[in-house]
Design a protein around this ligand. Sequence first.
Ligand code: ADP
Ligand code: MG
Length: 918
Amino acid sequence: MATAFGSNYRNGAPRSSPRVVDSSGRPLSVNHNPKSSLKSKPSGIRKSSPASLGGGSAGAAKDDGGVPGRVRVAVRLRPRNAEELVEDADFGDCVELQPELKRLKLRKNNWDTDTYEFDEVFTDSASQKRVYEVVAKPVIESVLEGYNGTVMAYGQTGTGKTYTLGNLGEEDTAARGIMVRAMEDILADVSPESDSICVSYLQLYMETLQDLLDPSNNNISIVEDPKTGDVSVLGAISVEIRDQQSFLELLRLGEAHRFAANTKLNTESSRSHAILMAHVRRSIKDSVLSSVNGSNSHVSKALKPPIVRKGKLVVVDLAGSERIDKSGSEGHTLEEAKSINLSLSALGKCINALAENNSHVPVRDSKLTRLLRDSFGGTARTSLLITIGPSPRHRGETASTIMFGQRAMKVENMLKLKEEFDYKSLSRRLEIQLDKLIAENERQQKAFKDEIERISVEAQKRISEVETKYEDALEAERLKYQKDYMESIKKLEEQLVTNQQKLSNGKINTAANDTSSHINSREPAALASALEEVANLKKLLGREASLKKAAEEEINNLKSQLSQSKLLEASANSEILKLQKMLEDESRQKEKIEGDLAALQSQLLQLSFDADETRRNLDRGGGVNGPSGLESLISQAKNQQVNDPGNGEKASMAKLFEQVGLHKILSLLEAEDADIRIHAVKVVANLAAEEANQQKIVEAGGLKSLLILLRSSDDETVHRVAAGAIANLAMNETNQELIMVQGGIRLLSMTAANAKDPQTLRMIAGAIANLCGNDKLQTKLRGEGGIKALVGMVRCGHPDVLAQVARGIANFAKCESKASVQGMKKGRSLLIEDGALSWIVQNANNEATPIRRHIELALCHLAQHEANARDMIGGGALWELVRISRDCSRQDIRTLACQTISSSPTFQAELRRLRIEY
Ligand code: ADP
Ligand code: MG
């Protein structure tokens, strides 16, 4: 079955996949045989025409009219077969060949012969190869160039038509016939990428066209293109041939079907015509599209459709040319016999008509003549091989065959190139190209856009750069011109001044010389003044030169002085170093001496106490050794603080004071030894506790030393004792002022901030509380942070400290109320300003009597000043006042509270608002 060859075409539209496979299902590969180097046989001779069977290529015939091409006819004599060798042994051949003359002599009788010329004469020994090359090869070459071509065998049955055309050469490769060799050459020449070969194989018997590749299809019709005259067979399978193997299989299959079909029809294959049609479609390389990215010529080339050449090879193995016995001896009816012979006789008639140039050629009389319309009198290159046998018994048939060949030789064809534009392929290519271009265009557009964007960004950057540069340059230029302008103005002003001077000089001169001829004498006067000016300038120049010289001398002088002074400086420096060293030695010595002195003083102090003690003991009449020296003094000092000092002790202190000397004691406050410092400060504190000593201590610089100690010492004991001493000294109004002047508040505040010992805080609070009682120092005290320091100390919570704080606040409030009564104080209390009110309110009912009393007083004082009333109401102080006025155990304070509440309109209003009866 034809389907075994894979892709099949029924003339035109593909019926299934174009994939070609072999009988085993493998894809058929293209045969890459080396290209044949075979050459056409040179032309033979003939009376009627100089053209030869293997005549020149029709390649030049490209015009529509075509070129003349006569049907070439060769004759081949079959060798005697076995039968003939036996039976005709005594007879000579009926033909005599003169191949070198391309002549054939047909014996008429024993004495007469007819001679015929052919395009080629093949003897019985002619090889299949030579026959192919001479008869078929030129036709094959034409087909490959785009012409139609026909190779046909005509002759009596058994003379070798099938042998010549269809031998597959399976047993003997040299016996390969024209079909096999033709396909070999075609396959070798075509390009598998661009060209195609499609083959159909048909049989014509009794005017029925049957597909040998699909024998069930015996209804194939012949279609002629009215324009081109091309003939095609509708419905026939067309197999694409890719290699020789597949072609051989096709031939085998066709032969097998032919044999089977003939057996079925009860006929011989010799009664049927076998027609092999091969369509060779080739693309012309020159018009292959090149890249469209080139020049215009490329583009125009691209738009030119590719050219395809479609050559068609028809190989016809005709039925036997012998006449059919019309008597029906072969089992055919008369009608059958007519039908069997119809095509062949029609062919003969057509050839006769063509040979005689008849106006009517009965092409349409048979299917064979319709099929071969192009082969005889058409546009195809046609080769006809007539085959004859040697046997004299078939002389008649041989003669008629020869006559058929002779007539055919007269048929002229007009060879035409079957070339056309392949618009479909062009359209496909253009579509692909268009798609490529669209994609490329899109890419380019994107790239272009990106580039534009990049350039615009760059441009913006450049513009801003240039603008900046330009602005800078403009500014520089502006400044330059401004400067130049100013300079020019200055010059002009100078010039103006000079001119004015000149003018005034001129005027004076003119006035002096000649007042009457003012105008006339102006020029000489100007000249004179100019000359004078020149002289002046010269003088000035001379003076300048001498000044310059003098200055230079001065410079030189100074330079030498400088170098001298440098020398002096160097020596002075070394002197200074020496002196510094000496000074350091001296200070070291001094320190040592001071240390010694301090030790001696301490010893002396101790000795004085010892002596005093001894004397006291002696005075008392006791000889007991008591505590001696400084310890004794300190213990006394302690006792004094705790107990009420007795007169005797006071007296002894006074004596000690006299014996040791205040200055010595105070100097010990600055002693290096910490212990000495502590002892000394304790002594001073004890002394300060006595009012009589206070004045002397202050005069001797003791207050100052105590303040310095607060600042310089890290020792809290020193702080406590010194603060205590200061607190004692602060009882005196003059000392209070001194403490303030010497920055005492700040030092006390600082010490308070760092102190941890409640006793230290008690001393400090006491000192500040004393200062709070001074009318004159109110503002300063507050200004230096005294109130804040006081309020800050409540953090410690110790009742002793709180009592001192409360005392201070009460003192301060008292002074303020006094001042406000006197009209000296305006605005609200500084205590309220510095945030003391909330603590006051919180502690107004404190358990500790000293605290409570002071706060009650403070509240009463604050309430006396109307400016405080709002804050006091807001802070809850009014309630405390009301409570004090009712609950206070002291009558005088209750009365005071009542008075203040009653006298304040603000308090009254508030109480009314709250509907409290008072
Ligand atoms: P036809 O097809 O014309 O009826 P065939 O080709 O079948 O004749 O040939 C008949 C017989 O003659 C075959 O057996 C064939 O092998 C043989 N024969 C024909 N021509 C030659 C030849 N040139 N050389 C040898 N044998 C030939
Ligand atoms: Mg045959």
